[in-house]
Design a protein around this ligand. Structure first.
Ligand code: SF4
Length: 265
């Protein structure tokens, strides 16, 4: 079995059809995502169907999973030293039966004194990591009701290209290929339809963290124009949380929604 070390090595074994079933715009984008550890070869359905994914040993995702678990363990250790009953009001949660309870995407999540996160819903690392950061570093403040792009947040411009590539682009691909995507966000994750923003055909607000709403604006393809998807944040978001956890939150949402969509396909 050969091992894959570079995007080109991954690309060579892919069908090369750019079909988008992996929720990325091209096989090349998928290759880069595999090397980063954001995707597994099994996430390419045509490759899986042809049995090609079993021909190579794909080591990066295992490394990536280990890294994420280590990151979670470190954050949990820091959370365990907090006075969680005191933290509850700051983060918009409540202290109940010895656990910190918070609404995440409309579902109840609980954080124990040891920092462990439990929920009857998905506890995807992409969501757990920003949630733990939010408990550790989140600051109080009122929402302004003004929506701004990621690049307009403090220090957002420097990370914007990565934000578009790993957050907005996979969500756009998902919205393009799954007509029920926005309906699912409303019904499964308590999304709220908002008034049309920036003339978007769909504007929808989610609460991935209690005081950190995200607005998804989507323009479907029209004539020769490609579709467009933009994530917006309340203009107070960067006063409440650092830019890196906000970035992780967007990428984590994209990863989690992709995973759910794959399971439903
Ligand atoms: S699913 Fe993605 S990687 Fe696989 S063939 Fe289609 S575009 Fe390429």
């Amino acid at each position: 079995m050969s091992q894959l070390r570079t995007p080109l090595a991954v690309y060579r074994i892919l069908p090369g059809t750019n079909c988008g079933r992996c929720f990325l715009p091209s096989c090349l984008a998928f290759s880069a995502a595999v090397i980063r550890g954001d995707k597994r070869l099994e996430d390419c359905p045509p490759l899986q169907e042809s049995g090609g994914a079993g021909q190579v040993a794909d080591v990066r995702p295992k490394v990536r999973e280990t890294e994420l678990q280590e990151q979670i363990s470190l954050l949990q250790a820091r959370v365990s030293s907090l006075d969680l009953p005191l933290v509850a009001a700051r983060v918009g949660g409540e202290w109940c039966n010895g656990r910190l309870r918070l609404q995440v995407l409309g579902k109840m999540y609980e954080v124990g004194p040891d920092g462990r996160v439990t929920s009857a819903c998905h506890t995807h690392p992409g969501l757990v990591i920003p949630l733990l950061h939010y408990i550790l570093e989140g600051r109080e403040g009122e929402l302004t009701g003004d929506w701004v792009a990621f690049r307009e947040l403090k220090d957002g411009a420097a990370m914007n290209a990565l934000f578009v590539q790993r957050g907005e682009a996979p969500l756009k691909q998902l919205a393009d290929s799954q007509p029920e995507f926005f309906g699912d966000l409303v019904s499964i994750f308590s999304g709220r339809r908002a008034d049309a923003h920036l003339d978007a055909e769909i504007s929808l607000v989610l609460y991935p963290l209690p005081k950190l709403p995200v607005m998804i604006c989507y323009w479907p393809p029209e004539d020769d124009l490609d579709s467009k998807l933009t994530l917006l944040f309340d203009s107070s978001a960067d006063r409440r949380l650092g830019i890196r956890p906000i970035y992780s939150l967007a990428v984590g949402l994209a990863m989690m929604f992709e995973k759910i969509a794959r399971r439903h396909l």
